[in-house]
Design a protein. Structure first.
Length: 279
């Protein structure tokens, strides 16, 4: 069977629990969340939206920076992820809303000081979501989000420089071919799904202005990468494999690596703003 789709497969208890375990054990989501929250300039915020908030890793980073009387809304369409979040993150300032990102404006009263979206914007109907963000932001409010390097077509120099051997994904393909007769699809370089020029066009149409962009490097280890690929929505390879078979392939591939070997992933970070109203 195919792995749970990384776009639609989040509303599964096994995925939600595996994701929560990963965020407790490894810093990837907490680090990217803190980076975005810092860029959102939340010091005097009254209302902040954690868009596609999942189990609340980004909401937690936001809550660390907003005033004690601020309101934070975490909106996500995966009830399973939010069930985990409600259990692990309890704060009277936080409200959980189960809804698609595209319906943001139906669930937020407006005049938000910031909307923050970590590791998810490319999974949405981007033009529709950008329009909804414009609708809920106050003039001068910030919209901060990131896009994975592969989706944005960017690569931080450190991602190339740190390579010390085959990637875990490469080894997974090799093990699957050796032990399961897996025939990977032709290695064609896909066009970036959401490059910066496309993002800028969508933001402009939505009435939002780009303030800053940066390609950043997120550093981890091979052990972290292995744990991430253990989450059902990210398990590899594609094709007619059971999850147990994918985990067998992953374990064998991982055994060919060094657990503390460094890994680097690239992210495009975008800071946009709803312009101040002209008088």
């Amino acid at each position: 069977m195919a792995p749970l789709d990384a776009l639609l497969g989040w509303d599964e208890d096994t995925t939600a629990e595996a994701y929560a375990a990963f965020t407790r054990a490894f810093p990837m989501y907490s680090a990217t969340s803190r980076d975005l929250a810092r860029r959102a300039d939340l010091t005097d915020s009254r209302l902040v939206v954690d868009l596609c908030g999942g189990a609340g890793a980004t909401a937690e980073a936001i809550l660390e920076l907003v005033p004690i009387d601020a309101q934070v809304i975490s909106l996500d369409n995966a009830a399973a992820m939010q069930r985990v979040g409600r259990r692990t993150l309890v704060d009277p300032r936080l409200t959980w809303v189960t809804a698609p990102a595209e319906d943001l404006a139906d669930h937020v009263p407006g005049a938000a000081d910031a909307v923050v979206c970590n590791s998810a914007i490319w999974k949405t109907d981007v033009p529709q979501v950008f329009a909804a963000v414009h609708q809920v932001l106050r003039p001068g409010g910030r919209f901060v989000f990131n896009v994975g390097g592969g989706f944005a077509g960017v690569r931080h120099p450190d991602e190339t420089n740190v390579r010390t051997g085959p990637s875990l994904n490469t080894l997974i393909g090799q093990v699957a071919a050796r032990d399961y007769g897996y025939a990977p699809p032709p290695a064609a370089e896909p066009a970036p799904k959401l490059p910066l020029d496309t993002i800028a066009d969508h933001l402009s149409v939505a009435g939002l202005t780009v303030l800053d962009t940066e390609v950043v490097a997120q550093r981890g280890t091979m052990a972290e990468k292995k744990a991430w690929l253990s989450i059902p929505v990210f398990a590899r390879p594609d094709g007619d494999f059971t999850h147990a078979q994918r985990m067998d392939i992953l374990d064998k591939a991982y055994s060919l690596t060094t657990p503390d070997a460094p890994t680097v992933t690239s992210w495009l970070v975008v800071v946009a703003q709803r312009p101040m109203e002209q008088r």
